[in-house]
Ligand binder design. Structure first.
Ligand code: SF4
Ligand code: SF4
Length: 140
C-alpha cells in the first residue's frame, strides 16, 4: 500500500515532466515502436554522479530504496561508469512486464530522450532515433 502511494507520486511527477517536454520539445525524437522483446528489463542501468558513486552510504541506500520500491535486483555496481545495474523481479517469463500499470518512470521513459544527448538504444530495439522536424527542416 505504501509502495503504491509513493508510486502514485512518482507517476504524477512523470506526467508533469512529459507535459514539459511537450511544451519544450527535445532535439531528438523516437520513431518506431516497442517490440516487447524485454531486453531493457534485463539490464537496467541507473547512472550516478561521480560524487554519489564514491559514497558507499549513498550507493547502499539507493540500492535498498530502488529494490524495495521498484522490485529491481542488483546485478552489479559498475564503478567504471558510475552506475548501478539491475534486473527486475516483475518481468514475466515471456519478457513482458508483470506490473505494467505501476511500472517505474525509468521503464515508462525508456528509451530515454533527454535534452542534452542522443538517445542510446539497445541492439534490436524496435525504436529508432530521428532529429526533430523543426531542426531537420532548417528552422530554429
Ligand atoms: S528494448 Fe526496445 S523493443 Fe525491447 S522491450 Fe525495450 S523498448 Fe521494447
Ligand atoms: S517494472 Fe516492468 S517494465 Fe520495468 S523493468 Fe520491471 S518488468 Fe520491465
Amino acid at each position: 500500500m505504501l509502495r503504491r502511494l509513493i508510486m502514485s507520486f512518482v507517476i504524477l511527477d512523470n506526467f508533469l515532466t512529459a507535459l514539459t517536454r511537450k511544451l519544450f520539445p527535445t532535439r531528438y525524437k523516437l520513431t518506431g515502436h516497442c517490440r516487447q522483446c524485454g531486453q531493457c528489463c534485463r539490464r537496467i542501468i541507473l547512472t550516478m554522479t561521480p560524487a554519489q558513486a564514491r559514497s558507499p552510504l549513498f550507493t547502499n541506500l539507493s540500492v535498498r530504496w530502488i529494490s524495495w520500491l521498484f522490485g529491481f535486483r542488483l546485478l552489479e555496481i559498475d564503478h567504471e561508469h558510475d552506475s548501478l545495474v539491475f534486473d527486475c523481479r516483475h518481468q514475466l517469463a515471456d519478457g513482458r512486464c508483470g506490473v505494467y500499470r505501476w511500472r517505474p518512470n525509468v521503464c515508462r521513459n525508456y528509451p530515454l530522450v533527454d535534452y542534452f544527448k542522443k538517445p542510446v538504444l539497445l541492439p534490436g530495439c524496435g525504436y529508432t532515433v530521428a532529429v526533430a522536424r523543426l531542426e531537420a527542416s532548417g528552422k530554429s
